[in-house]
Design a protein around this ligand. Structure first.
Ligand SMILES: [Zn+2]
Length: 96
């Protein structure tokens, strides 16, 4: 059974996001802008409190990696999705 973290390594997220989304997402993660609501191996939901407003992110694991964000800014993984993915190991480690 795949879990969300199987899909959210740095190299995988870099491949999913464009360069700007990656950089902005990393900055949001570093700024502790991500508030996790629910974290299970198969599904993660979070709210990302970006400077221009909050966005709701859902990451799911199944046959493939699923990701949605309420901002719908870009077809790629947006900065909110990158931020959630990059903050996830810290959540798992208890350091959020
Ligand atoms: Zn977004």
């Amino acid at each position: 059974m795949p879990s969300v973290t199987d899909f959210t390594s740095e190299s995988q997220m870099r491949a999913l996001a464009d360069a700007r989304g990656w950089n902005d997402g990393l900055a949001l993660a570093d700024a502790h802008a991500v508030t996790f609501e629910s974290v299970t191996p198969e599904r993660v939901t979070a709210v990302v409190n970006a400077p221009d407003g909050p966005a709701r992110v859902e990451l799911t694991a199944g046959d493939r990696f699923g990701y949605t964000c309420s901002c719908w800014e870009v077809p790629e993984a947006c900065r909110h999705i990158v931020a959630t993915a990059m903050a996830l190991p810290r959540y798992a480690g208890g350091d959020v």
